[in-house]
Design a protein around this ligand. Structure first.
Ligand code: PMP
Length: 381
């Protein structure tokens, strides 16, 4: 009804139409408050209720145990690359702590590089780096990893957005390990056991809302381990003590996140989303397989293929331009856009096509894309 496109952007990404409709309906006068949510004081009762409701809905969705705090912060996942070491390095043990980083793609590499900026306070151990030998196309077996006994924490990313490498089975760690996870690009895409993690963080702009809200879920006993140099706004303990309102939070993005959480809950929670996401991924991977090599996957190992981000190349000739796009790929992107299938251009370094199909992208969108892919192949051999 709104002439909206199917949006395959890797983030900021498509939002559920129902969420946008509700935001539209509430825009000018939120629940008879006489104001838009954007205009409210974050200290007002009407806004605090919105914020608390978003936290409660997220707690319900992920079955987050009571011994975890939910923070809505700012700065994106990139800020948390710094926030994690800044908040977890005071372990109370003698000597300089070691932190373990598992690198399976560009984002977990960036997280490790950020931690290295705090090398005065920690040793950064790279447990595994799958660029070496595998060009981030797969994840070496856990038996080959070199974990540090007694590490202050272990960091990894469940889903690597650029190359589409995902832990479809989550790794297991010693019981007492503090596991920290960047879930930015597969947040809320399947049920997870939060109690296995010390800290989970995610930028909202892919699977949970608009850019501007950054979600941090932290086990309460880990609060208070911050270094003295930790900035206050990034200090998880100070933020938890002030219910994420040490300073002005990103009020409107958190409101939209709350609507998004409620939208998932209304439709059946994470089991529903997981079933949808699996169905979409199955259809796309099947279409690629049926193309007999016309569409070529970057990640071919099904164990680590992502349900969220699927980079691929369109086979067939031609020189690549400066953005690593062949003439066929440029044509693919342009023709798809004419049909309302937008933002399919690949990540600039990788080139080709990237299909991102987050929670809010409907099955209809993927069906239409798959039809288009078949037609394009037939017409452009
Ligand atoms: N981690 C992952 C897995 C991501 O996909 C992204 C964003 N593409 C980031 C971190 C960085 O997020 P932000 O832009 O919110 O800082």
């Amino acid at each position: 009804p709104y002439d909206r496109s199917y949006n395959f952007s890797a983030g900021p990404a498509t939002l559920p139409t129902e969420v946008l409709e509700q935001a539209r309906d509430e825009m000018m006068n939120f629940q008879k408050s006489g104001q838009s949510v954007m205009e409210m004081s974050h200290r007002s009762k009407v806004y605090v209720d919105i914020f608390t409701r978003a936290q409660n809905s997220l707690r319900q969705l992920l079955s987050i145990p009571d011994n975890y705090d939910i923070l809505f912060l700012q700065g994106g996942a990139t800020m948390m690359f710094a926030g994690v070491p800044l908040n977890l390095l005071k372990t109370g043990k003698e000597g300089k702590p070691t932190v373990d980083y598992i690198i399976t793609g560009d984002w977990s590499k960036k997280a490790a590089d950020e931690a290295k900026m705090y090398s005065d306070y920690c040793n950064v151990n790279i447990v595994v780096d799958s660029k070496q030998g595998a060009d981030y196309k797969t994840i070496p077996d856990q038996s080959t990893w070199k974990l540090t006994p007694g590490a202050a924490y272990i960091h990894y990313a469940t889903n690597e957005t650029i190359r589409g490498v995902c832990f479809n089975t989550l790794p297991t760690f010693p019981e007492d390990a503090v596991v920290v996870c960047d879930m930015s690009s597969d947040f809320l895409s399947r049920p997870i056991d939060v109690s296995k993690f010390g800290v989970i963080y995610a930028g909202a702009q892919k699977n949970a809302g608009p850019a501007g809200a950054t979600i941090v879920i932290i086990r309460k006993d880990l609060l208070g381990r911050q270094l003295q140099i930790c900035p206050s706004a990034l200090n998880f303990k100070k933020q938890a003590d002030k219910a994420s309102m040490l300073n002005t939070p990103s009020t409107y993005p958190v409101y939209i996140c709350g609507l998004y959480f409620d939208w998932i809950l209304k439709h059946g929670g994470l089991p529903w989303i997981y079933q949808q996401d699996q169905e979409k991924a199955k259809l796309l991977y099947q279409t690629i397989a049926d193309s007999k090599g016309y569409y070529e996957l970057f990640v071919t190992d099904p164990k680590v293929q992502s349900m969220m981000n699927v980079p691929l190349r369109v086979f067939a000739g031609g020189e690549q331009n400066k953005e690593n796009m062949t003439p066929h790929e440029l044509k693919f992107v342009a023709e798809a856009a004419k049909l309302g299938l937008v933002n399919l251009k690949g990540y600039r370094d990788l080139g080709g096509i990237r299909v991102s199909m987050y929670n809010a992208l409907t099955l209809d969108g993927i069906k239409m894309l798959c039809e288009f892919m078949k037609q394009f192949q037939a017409q452009n051999p």
